[in-house]
Design a protein around this ligand. Structure first.
Ligand code: NAG
Ligand code: NAG
Ligand code: NAG
Length: 251
């Protein structure tokens, strides 16, 4: 092969290798002795992309910050029934990675991160028995929290995918992400009109709720986990859907 052909082949290959993953993703090599550090840098480098869902060159996935949640329900029997609608969640892009480990043989990443803040606003309907108070409200709500700890377990499997030319290629698929959350800092709720028809009791009722935020939070956590698990899995798979296994996880 003469030099000119070599350059063309090299350019073609370079082009092919780079056209599957969005350009914002910094790839890490599995054999890198600093693999975990490399991934931390890579994840820190896509903060604004995670927020907007725009990863460049036409890869537009669902936005994480703000994230829109059309519905989240809590059914904890007669003591608590709630439905949160049309919610906007902000704070996902305030993540700091505290720890991260990639277990290459198990194809599993564990990430411990802290969200500096996580805020929600939207509409709610709720019935809840809170010591002496029977809450029965509907209206607008806001919830603000800081220092939210998140543990993610991300596993992937090699799969066969079909590329745009109809060729079978070795691809990657992320399994549903395991998302655990702990509200380490203070959590404040404000639910407007918490005792229907008695607005003068709003501040007392909210104060009572904020005295024991865990009563509501613990019941809300399964819905929060499920929501973020689905979102993270969708974003992770959206990023790699057109990529080869060895492009996402090169040796
Ligand atoms: C985006 O795609 C265009 C056209 O395919 C390409 O020329 C450009 O280099 C890509 N940008 C990045 C940052 O990869
Ligand atoms: C949520 O938003 C949709 C579309 O904007 C609207 O039709 C619906 O009434 C809203 N639901 C509540 C409970 O506000
Ligand atoms: C949460 O923060 C927003 C924006 O700063 C504020 O408007 C709202 O009142 C706060 N809610 C609570 C419950 O503190």
């Amino acid at each position: 092969m003469d030099f000119k052909n070599f350059v063309i082949v090299a350019l073609l290959e370079f082009g092919l290798i780079n056209c599957y993953l969005p350009p914002s993703i910094q790839v890490c090599h599995l054999a890198d002795p600093d693999l975990d550090q490399c991934i931390i840098a890579s994840v820190n480098g896509i903060r604004s992309n995670i927020g907007s869902g725009d990863f460049g060159n036409g890869t537009k996935l669902i936005a994480m910050d703000p994230a829109f949640v059309d519905r989240m329900d809590i059914d904890a029997g007669p003591s608590l029934q709630a439905s949160f609608r049309n919610c906007t969640v902000t704070g996902a892009k305030t993540y700091q990675i505290d720890k991260m480990h990639f277990d290459v043989p198990k194809r599993m990443l564990k990430v411990l991160l802290t969200l500096a803040e996580m805020n929600l606003r939207g509409k709610y309907i709720m019935r809840m028995k809170l010591s002496m108070l029977q809450l029965d409200g509907a209206g607008d709500f806001t919830t603000n929290s800081t220092d939210v700890k998140v543990l993610l377990k991300i596993r992937y499997a090699p799969v066969e995918r079909t590329d745009s030319a109809g060729e079978k290629r070795p691809g990657v698929r992320f399994l549903p992400v395991d998302f655990k959350v702990k509200f380490a800092g203070p959590v404040r709720f404000y639910l407007q009109n918490l005792i229907n028809g008695q607005p003068e009791l709003d501040s007392i009722a909210n104060e009572a709720l904020n005295q024991n935020p865990d009563l509501l939070l613990e019941k809300a956590i399964p819905a929060i986990r499920q929501f973020f698990s689905e979102r993270f899995t969708a974003v992770a798979n959206g990023l790699v859907q057109d990529a080869d296994l060895d492009e996402v996880f090169p040796v």
